[in-house]
Design a binder for this molecule. Structure first.
Ligand code: DAH
Length: 361
């Protein structure tokens, strides 16, 4: 075979291969072109290479050199076409971006577990006919103690057990700017404090509403406890109050049992028990425990808080007639109930605001 003929074949092949790679409309077409020209078994380059053996011996070095150049050129053309396709595909994807598709996964906020518990409690008690009301967190002596039958000498008023505020409520007639006119004015100034219990709201409601009343109040209370697994200087209570003619302890127990059964969805498995206790604002008074059984079949009692029949002194303090109406009241710890529900063992976890904890609810 003449050298010129061999070289002409090579030149024709380069041109055709270039054109074929450039014309490939998609990845499959490009791959087909690669197989046609560069295929190791039956590719056209391979075919032309066969001619190399037939070239005159003297021309072989020149023919081989040119063959290698052509081979590299075709391979480079293929690589270039491949790169164009990759870029083109990317451009194509950008153009085809669908703005109606949902975005990247968005991290949604959630309600704090205590907020969820409170909402659920309001819901359950609402179905039992109790209206949710709120009261202030800064309270006066009358609502936090006096009207609740907590006498001056009672240890519950101890400054070590309460967050008294530096400002006091001035007696009527004192102007805020005036220096204390007399020691009388000072004595008349009543201390303000962060409420230590939600029982304050019972007084506020009864002062402004004639009986019957049927309310709950949920909110923060404050006590100077050192934070540990079961104590925190701020926590939440749910307070309940029902005053009407002929209300008894049996009503109290029924309502608490219905509440616990609904909250823990435990059906007949949930029991409520009363232990005799003392609170100045109820007579008789009880501690309320609720039974629980966990997934492992373990059984126990959870202390939920206090309750009792509203003391006649409290009814009188708000202008109700204890001969006409009776009532029950209860105050339960929201954190305890929430922690039992979710198996949380340390109250501090609720207030560290660690998203890894909060995300689980
Ligand atoms: N206020 C009480 C406390 O903080 C709880 C309580 C007990 C509330 C008895 C009540 C009640 O309404 O009747 O420890």
């Amino acid at each position: 075979m003449a050298l010129a003929e061999f070289l002409a074949d090579l030149d024709a092949l380069v041109a055709e291969a270039d054109a074929a790679f450039a014309a490939a409309a998609d990845d499959a077409a490009l791959e087909a072109a690669r197989i046609e020209y560069l295929g190791a078994k039956a590719g056209r380059l391979k075919d032309v290479q066969k001619g190399l053996g037939k070239v005159d011996k003297a021309d072989k070095p020149a023919a081989g050199k040119r063959f290698n150049e052509v081979k590299q050129s075709i391979e480079a053309a293929f690589a270039a076409a491949q790169e164009r396709r990759a870029n083109g595909a990317a451009t194509h994807q950008r153009e085809a971006f669908d703005f109606t598709l949902p975005g990247q996964p968005v991290r949604l906020g959630r309600l704090h577990p205590i907020t969820q518990t409170i909402a659920e409690m309001k819901d359950i008690m609402g179905r039992l006919g109790f209206t949710a009301v709120e009261g202030p967190e800064i309270e006066d002596d009358w609502h936090n103690f006096e009207a609740l039958n907590i006498p001056r000498s009672h240890p519950a008023r101890d400054p070590l057990d309460n967050f008294y505020l530096a400002t006091a409520q001035l007696a009527p007639g004192d102007s805020p700017g005036a220096k204390s006119k007399s020691s009388d004015a000072k004595a008349a100034a009543k201390p303000l404090l962060l409420r230590s219990q939600t029982s304050t709201v019972q007084i506020r409601v009864m002062e402004s509403t004639p009986p019957p009343v049927r309310i709950i109040s949920l909110g923060r209370v404050y006590r100077p406890d050192t934070a540990d697994a079961t104590h925190y200087p701020m926590f939440h209570q749910i307070e309940g109050l029902l005053v009407d003619r002929g209300v008894t302890m049996a009503d109290l127990k029924s309502v608490l049992r219905l509440f616990c059964q609904s909250y823990f969805a435990g059906g007949d498995e949930v029991h409520v028990r009363f232990r005799p206790s003392f609170f100045p604002f109820t007579e008789p008074s009880v501690e309320v425990d609720m039974s629980w059984t966990n997934a492992a079949g373990e059984h126990g009692w959870l202390e939920m808080g206090g309750a009792g029949m509203v003391d006649p002194n409290v009814l009188r303090a708000v202008g109700y007639d204890p001969e006409e109406v009776t009532g029950f009241a209860f105050g339960l710890g929201v954190e305890r109930i929430c922690m039992r529900q979710h198996g949380i063992t340390d109250i501090r976890a609720l207030y560290e605001n660690d998203v890894r904890f909060l995300e689980q609810f």
